[in-house]
Design a protein. Structure first.
Lengths: 476, 516
């Protein structure tokens, strides 16, 4: 038996069990058909219509919150109604009101879209969602009397759940229309955002283009240069289409922002007929133009993660995880500081920022054996300044116990890199200085697996890259 | 026994305790002054502990840190609780361009000015700005466009004068602040304001505050070192003096230690013939003994500083020769800094020394380069000044970067104010002069804590007024402190009844827009 047949059978048996008034069903069927026909009666063709339609339509965002509130209240009353029958009675009224306001909202929404000539996938989705919601409410209202008497049919609650879900989805589409589709995700922690909504440019989700250029185009340009419309033969909804340009040729000239048509158009005086975005839509902000310009200036790469000079608050290094409180060991730390030898120095007045192992004053007399003495402070040491000391490859054995180590200085030591592979267990390590050591490039291979290692210094080593920027900070 | 001039045996004399002044002040006076008076009058040596119990724990301890020992001691224990938060930079190098470089010729690109050559600058732009006596009598203020072309450099396409070919190579690593402004229009008050946050002498400078607050990172070199560049007699050299690296009301051990630009970096550093290291040690021990007696008798906290300085000098006898011994520098160093760096006292040499000190744990190094005061003959002198400094600046930043030091070192390049867009004296096709200008000037920073490749702030078409994101000297200093982990509002020292701070009592704001 096919799924459809099974649903039909279930619906038939549900109907058989109800003692609904036939007239109610006739009304419901008529109303339902009318609602379904609405989009065909007033097709959204992207052309604006009479102003008064839009004037009334603009009350849609106001009106729309009435059914939302009522629909959310409805399941609450039904559930509480199990204990207090008076509330269940109220639920019926709320459902009726919800349907009525829902229909009014749809009407005003149509006036708005039809009047302003707005089209697009989100508009369509929002409209379809609202129609589905209205139908669900209608059906729920129709089978409610039967459900009240028998209480056995699960269909009422299925409809209720469906209606609430449809409401959430439709409301989200509406929100995206007014606030932009990235309204909820813009300030979301980056890890969560990548997990929830992989970027439209999925091949390089971390690139500067995906994070800072595409969202601008998406919010300000794609309505007219995208799937729904291709004004001027130009689409701006992907990197490829952006670079391909439109009828007037390419719009982005890498490394030449002044010759890039897109930048020219958005920086014209707003009164100019060629100014973009056209038709009084929200212009690009100075900041957005600056970031597009900087991206074009540096070559308009789809992969580049950073563009020099461009920096965004959300890109700031996240604060490293706090380390434990070392206050219990404070006496020892103080004693060490007052005596000769290597010292532990607090990173800041805040104990959870950890300790720095400082060997400036002991230099060459500090060796692997002395390093071992710091094992008991291991979890609190976030930076080890071991440059110009006598530590060797075997120091790594001790260092891998410094689980919270973020910066490791091994410059000008006898380290050969033989044991560097073991450092890969230090997941927090961000900075590694191997300048003026005998480290060769094949020793570095195991470090590639370290996700947080951003700064690796190889100045005056056999592994030093022989490029123009020799020895300079190499990022992974 | 000869009476100490600070002592009074007259029991009836009026003391501040009798005056109608706030209790807080009286308390401070008690903690500060009476130690000397009490000790002097009684003529007896009292233990510190007894004093502590007499005058109350808090007040006594407070003065004890402030005066005697470095709160960090040499130990790294920081009773001030500094840094307030995890710093991005541990140390700073301040390249001070004394005399005020002309921003409009070097960084602040104004292409529209070429068309306005010799036209009068509109009076509306000048507004109510008071001029110096050197140009206030001028009949007209003709616009003098930059004599040298600018070009876009680096990935960021930053505009910079062709006079700075080396700096041009590293614009992507620099953070420019084009909207810096100051209150003073003459060198001395302006340079004091830049360094100490106050136009009047007597306040501690930035380096002294850092030495006091963050303490030393090594036992053998001073926390705060000042390097002066040899002067070029052809240049208009404004004086710089130890007022600029003074510790003001902080203990004098936090003052900058100047290394000489000519001859031995520190005079009499080597022991005289026939005096070996042990003899020197014995002598110093005896001096310390005497100093301690003086301290006990007079109780002047400056005696503590003196003891500490003798000890530092002893350690510097071995650390400074090691610091200035450049023979082990690899060839790549000389390729980068240029042959000039081999000659002590040049700017390039000082930059190299600054890098070596950064490696050795010096907290704050300030390099002074004088001669930027180009009132006339800009066309003749500016290329000379740029040639003297450009490569050194580039070499220092690049060297720190390739050695992995730039991540936690802040490099600062600044003068005390800017220069006017209008010509001082005659303007010709070949030459012009520029007067002092406090309303805008360009500075740059690089390294830990600031965003590379950013140009912050904007000036008007005449590089005369700031039109976007002004940064006062106070804000600039607050930002420097922020990079070093210090909240400038919390970093205070009670003196003369006021919680003194580097950024003065006037509100100052960290420039968030340039922070990394």
């Amino acid at each position: 038996m096919s799924v459809r047949a099974r649903i039909a059978a279930a619906a038939r048996s549900a109907l058989r069990r109800t003692h609904a008034i036939p007239r109610m069903w006739v009304v419901a069927a008529c109303a339902g058909t009318f609602i379904l026909l609405v989009p065909f009666l007033f097709p959204l063709n992207g052309r604006p219509h009479a102003d008064w339609l839009q004037f009334l339509g603009r009350f849609h965002p106001l009106l729309v919150h009435l059914p939302i509130g009522l629909i959310v209240l409805w399941p609450v009353l039904e559930i509480l109604g199990m204990k207090r029958p008076a509330l269940r009675e109220a639920a019926g009224l709320v459902l009726q009101l919800a349907l009525a306001t829902c229909l009014a909202s749809i009407l005003f929404g149509l006036l708005l879209a039809y009047g302003s000539g707005e089209i697009g996938t989100t508009v369509t989705r929002h409209m379809r969602g609202a129609i589905a919601l209205a139908l669900e409410l209608l059906l729920a209202l129709a089978i409610r009397p039967a459900w009240l008497t028998s209480q056995r049919s699960p269909w009422y609650f299925i409809l209720l759940t469906a209606a609430v879900t449809t409401l959430a989805w439709t409301a989200h589409q509406g929100g995206s229309l007014t606030h932009g589709s990235d309204y909820l995700t813009r300030y979301m922690p980056r890890a969560l955002r990548n997990f929830l909504a992989p970027s439209a440019v999925a091949s390089h989700p971390d690139s500067f283009f995906a994070r800072h250029i595409f969202p601008v185009l998406d919010a300000k340009c794609v309505a007219c240069h995208g799937t729904n419309k291709e004004q001027g033969g130009l689409r701006l909804d992907s990197f490829e289409s952006l670079m391909a340009g439109g009828k007037d040729g390419i719009v982005i000239a890498p490394r030449n922002p002044d010759a890039s048509l897109l930048l020219k158009k958005v920086t014209l005086p707003p009164s100019d007929p060629h100014f973009m975005p056209a038709e009084g839509r929200t212009p690009l902000t100075v900041d957005e133009i600056a970031r597009i310009r900087a991206w074009v200036q540096t070559g308009a790469s789809p992969e580049a993660v950073n563009v020099p000079g461009m920096f965004f608050a959300e890109d700031r290094d996240e604060a490293p995880p706090p380390v434990g409180d070392y206050s219990a060991l404070m006496n020892e730390i103080l004693q060490m500081q007052q005596s000769q030898g290597a010292k532990l120095v607090p990173v800041s007045g805040n104990p959870s920022d950890g300790l720095i192992l400082r060997t400036t004053d002991v230099g060459a007399t500090f060796d692997d054996r002395q390093l071992q003495k710091f094992q008991r402070f291991a979890p609190f040491i976030v930076e080890a300044e071991l440059g110009r000391t006598s530590v060797t490859d075997s120091s790594v054995e001790t260092l891998i116990q410094f689980k919270n180590l973020r910066a490791l200085h091994l410059e000008s030591t006898a380290v050969t890199g033989r044991t560097l592979g073991k450092l890969s267990s230090l997941s927090q390590l961000n900075y590694l200085n191997l300048s003026a050591t005998k480290v060769t490039s094949d020793m570095l291979a195991p470090l590639k697996s370290m996700p947080n290692l951003r700064h690796l210094y190889l100045f005056e080593t056999p592994a030093e890259p022989k490029s123009a920027d020799s020895g300079v900070r190499s990022s992974q | 026994m000869k009476q100490h001039p600070l002592c009074s045996d007259c029991e009836d004399a009026i003391t501040p305790m009798d005056l109608p002044v706030p209790d807080g002040l009286k308390k401070e006076w008690l903690a500060c002054e009476s130690r000397r008076q009490f000790l002097g009058r009684s003529g007896k040596v009292l233990g510190w502990a007894a004093l502590g119990s007499l005058f109350g724990e808090a007040g006594f301890h407070y003065r004890a840190f402030a005066s005697g020992a470095n709160p960090q001691a040499t130990s790294g224990l920081n009773r001030l609780g500094l840094p307030h938060f995890a710093p991005k930079s541990k140390r700073a190098i301040y390249l001070f361009m004394s005399g005020a470089p002309p921003q409009v010729d070097l960084f602040d690109y104004k292409p529209n000015l070429a068309a306005q050559f010799d036209l009068d600058m509109p009076a509306s732009v000048r507004g109510n700005q008071q001029l110096t006596g050197m140009t206030s009598g001028q009949a007209r203020f003709p616009v003098a466009p930059a004599h040298w072309p600018f070009s876009r450099q680096g990935q960021t396409g930053t505009w910079i004068s062709d006079l700075l070919p080396y700096t041009a190579r590293m614009v992507d690593d620099l953070t420019f602040v084009k909207s810096t402004n100051t209150d003073a229009i003459n060198h001395e008050p302006a340079i004091m304001l830049m360094n100490t946050g106050n136009m009047n002498a007597g306040k501690p400078c930035l380096g002294a505050w850092l030495a006091y607050g963050l303490g030393s990172m090594n036992d053998n070199l001073p926390t705060f070192v000042v390097l002066q560049t040899k002067t070029n007699p052809k240049e208009n050299n404004q004086p710089v003096s130890s007022r600029l690296w003074s510790s003001g009301f902080l203990s004098s051990e936090f003052a900058g230690v100047g290394l000489r630009s000519v001859g031995d970096p520190v005079l009499y550093l080597t022991d005289p013939e026939g005096v070996d290291r042990n003899v020197r040690r014995k002598m110093l021990d005896a001096v310390e003994e005497i100093n301690r007696q003086t301290l006990a008798e007079v109780g002047d906290p400056e005696t503590n500083s003196r003891i500490a300085q003798y000890e530092m000098a002893f350690r510097m006898q071995s650390s400074v020769p090691e610091l200035t011994e450049l023979s082990k520098e690899p060839q790549s160093t000389w390729d980068l800094y240029g042959p000039e760096a081999k000659e002590p006292g040049t700017f390039a040499y000082n930059c190299l020394l600054a890098r070596r000190m950064a490696e050795r744990g010096v907290r704050f190094t300030q390099v002074y380069k004088r001669g930027w005061d180009v009132h006339d003959n800009v066309v003749g002198m500016l290329p000379v000044l740029c040639q003297e400094t450009d490569r050194g600046c580039y070499a220092l930043v690049t060297d720190l970067k390739r050695r992995g030091l730039l991540d936690d070192t802040l490099v600062i390049w600044a003068g005390e104010f800017g220069r006017t867009v209008y010509s001082q004296g005659g303007l010709s096709q070949d030459n012009y002069g520029r007067d002092h200008h406090p309303r805008c000037f360009t500075v740059w920073m690089a390294g830990g804590g600031v965003r590379p490749g950013v140009s912050y702030g904007e000036t008007d078409d005449y590089s005369y007024n700031v039109v976007k994101d002004p940064v006062h000297v106070r804000d600039f200093n607050a930002t420097i402190l922020h990079c070093l982990g210090i909240d400038h509002n919390k970093f205070t020292y009670k003196f003369q009844g006021l919680d003194q701070k580097l950024t003065s009592p006037v509100p100052a704001f960290v420039v968030e827009g340039i922070l990394a």
